[in-house]
Write a protein that binds this ligand. Structure first.
Ligand code: IMP
Ligand code: MG
Length: 178
């Protein structure tokens, strides 16, 4: 995309593919005895989920949740609201939350607490990106794709005001077009 708001590449398409394949193999090995229910957080995690799922060689199930914490702005408000809830009962299930990015960690903190209250056997997290040093609470991730600098990024599911989600790599977003 030729766009003056797109800065340097933070994670390339090749790096994403290699890491996602590795994560899928790890999940396949770790959950061989009791396949997980993948809970993807919309919309940001949709592309990661699709690629990750193809690398998991187990009869997994999927469900989706949508939460809103940002509106169209680029800073965390700390306020999380469930916009779309799950359809599958979590009782006794091994839940694996699939998240796009951990910034302050507030969204994940809310989700974990919310899902744990529904009686699952376990709740673990697979996050593609973690911003260095910004978490107010330990995000406690079982699987983590990449640690990245604390800049705003777009692509591979991540947006700025709903644009750039289809970019096949992760790029820095420049608010002031250069
Ligand atoms: P947190 O609650 O501050 O950890 O924010 C998590 C959510 O904010 C993510 O699931 C994303 O939807 C969004 N978010 C955080 N940082 C970025 C970013 O750099 N680009 C796009 N979305 C982001
Ligand atoms: Mg998100």
């Amino acid at each position: 995309m030729n766009d003056p708001h797109l800065g340097r590449t933070i994670v390339s398409a090749d790096e994403l593919a290699a890491r996602v394949e590795h994560l899928g193999k790890q999940i396949t090995a770790d959950y061989a005895d009791d396949p997980p229910l993948l809970v993807a957080v919309l919309k940001g995690a949709f592309m990661f989920l699709a690629d990750l799922a193809k690398q998991i060689d187990l009869p997994i199930e999927f469900d989706f949740m949508a939460v809103s914490s940002y509106g169209a702005a680029t800073r965390s408000s700390g306020v999380v609201r469930i916009v779309k809830d799950l359809e599958i009962d979590l009782t006794g299930r091994q839940v694996l939350i699939v998240e796009d990015i951990i910034d302050s960690g507030l969204t994940l903190q809310f989700l974990r607490k919310n899902l744990l209250a529904r009686g699952p056997k376990s709740v673990e997290v697979c996050a593609l990106l973690v911003k260095d040093g910004l978490q107010k609470v330990d995000p406690d991730l079982k699987y983590e794709g990449f640690r990245i600098p604390p800049d705003f990024v777009v692509g591979y599911g991540l947006d700025c005001a709903e644009i750039y989600r289809n970019l096949p790599y992760i790029a820095e977003y420049l608010p002031e077009a250069s």
